[in-house]
Design a protein around this ligand. Structure first.
Ligand code: NAD
Length: 304
């Protein structure tokens, strides 16, 4: 029964806020906390009970769910930083540490190992689906951890998402997330270059779309998030590239992919280049635009 499970929900930002709301609506007992008072107040306004401190939030919690910006935030919170006691030392034995942040695979494995060494259980469960999916409860969760722990958190994740996939041992969720986004980042650049080339060669957007979407060039970047306005009316290109999936987040995820490519020694060439391309895009005004806005960069920088 959800009401018998107490969730300390730490990190009530763009994603965590609405995810916590969905847990409350489903009957879970939630104690929310965020270091930013405005995030805490927004969550309260939407019906999430909040705590005065992280330690207050985790008192008696069965699950400690974190939704933080980076792996360093997770490791600092778990282990303690700046004289603050860590969550792992303060939580009751056997607490489930469920991290839904998008972080490095190595950091996820380290966080899980620390939690287990402290007598707890741990799962990494990054998400895709964005703020819209967080609000609607339609996120996809990619889960890394022991099979029994996956089954233990599955009902809770199913409240916040429509698809929950066990991707293997610790770090497996993060691995699946960055591998997927590596495909996405590279394929969006390829689709965008093809549309700009088509423009130069006198093809209409619709003609190229009609061919490629029914041929071997078919992919999500083309058929769902099409970077030119027109062929897919719901794509961000039709609303001046309002995200959608922001350039800053794609740049972040590709840096995580790049770290993993380097640490595993994969002979990748497109991944590092895509990471550099989105870093530049984000730094030059694309951070808050949909990542498909990369096509305007390619067009602007094209000669003749
Ligand atoms: P956000 O910056 O809006 O929220 C993160 C929150 O964590 C902030 O409110 C911050 O104050 C809080 N925080 C940081 N350290 C804390 C601590 N020690 N205790 C309590 N609160 C703390 O970020 P977001 O957009 O909600 O994203 C969260 C995570 O989800 C990121 O890892 C991101 O990469 C990932 N993600 C985001 C999206 C998206 O569309 N926004 C999509 C998929 C995945």
């Amino acid at each position: 029964m959800p009401e018998q499970i107490t969730v300390a929900f730490l990190g009530l930002g763009h994603m965590g806020g609405p995810m916590a709301v969905n847990l409350v609506r489903a009957g879970y007992t939630v104690a929310g906390f965020d270091v930013v008072p405005a995030a805490l107040e927004a969550a309260q306004t939407h019906g999430v009970p909040t705590a005065a401190s992280p330690l207050d939030a985790i008192g008696g919690a069965d699950v400690v769910l974190t939704m933080f910006p980076s792996g360093q935030h997770v490791l600092d919170a778990y282990g303690g930083a700046e004289g603050q006691p860590g969550l792992l030392a303060e939580a009751k034995p056997g607490t489930m540490f469920l991290d839904c942040s998008t972080i490095n695979v190595d950091e996820a494995r380290e966080a899980s190992a620390l939690a287990i060494a402290a007598g707890h259980r741990a799962v990494d469960a990054p998400v895709s689906g964005g703020v819209v999916g967080a609000e609607a409860g339609t996120l996809t969760f990619m889960v890394g951890g022991e099979a029994a722990d996956f089954e233990a958190v599955r009902p809770l994740l199913e409240v916040m998402g429509k698809r929950v996939v066990h991707c293997g041992g610790h770090g497996g969720g993060q691995a699946a997330k960055i591998c997927n986004n590596l495909i996405l980042g590279v394929s969006m650049i390829a689709v965008s270059e093809a549309f700009v080339l088509g423009e130069k060669l006198g093809l209409t957007h619709q003609a190229l779309f009609d061919v490629a979407s029914n041929a071997s060039g078919q992919c999500w970047a083309l058929t769902t998030n099409c970077p030119v306005p027109g062929p897919v009316p719901t794509s961000p290109a039709n609303r001046d590239y309002q995200p959608g999936f922001a350039g800053a987040l794609m740049a972040k995820d590709l840096r995580l992919a790049l770290n993993a490519l380097e640490s595993t020694g994969v002979a990748a060439r497109l991944g590092p280049l895509a990471s550099e391309i989105y870093d530049t895009f984000a730094a030059e005004g694309g951070a808050g635009r949909d990542f498909s806005g990369i096509i305007t960069d390619i067009r602007d920088k094209s000669q003749r």
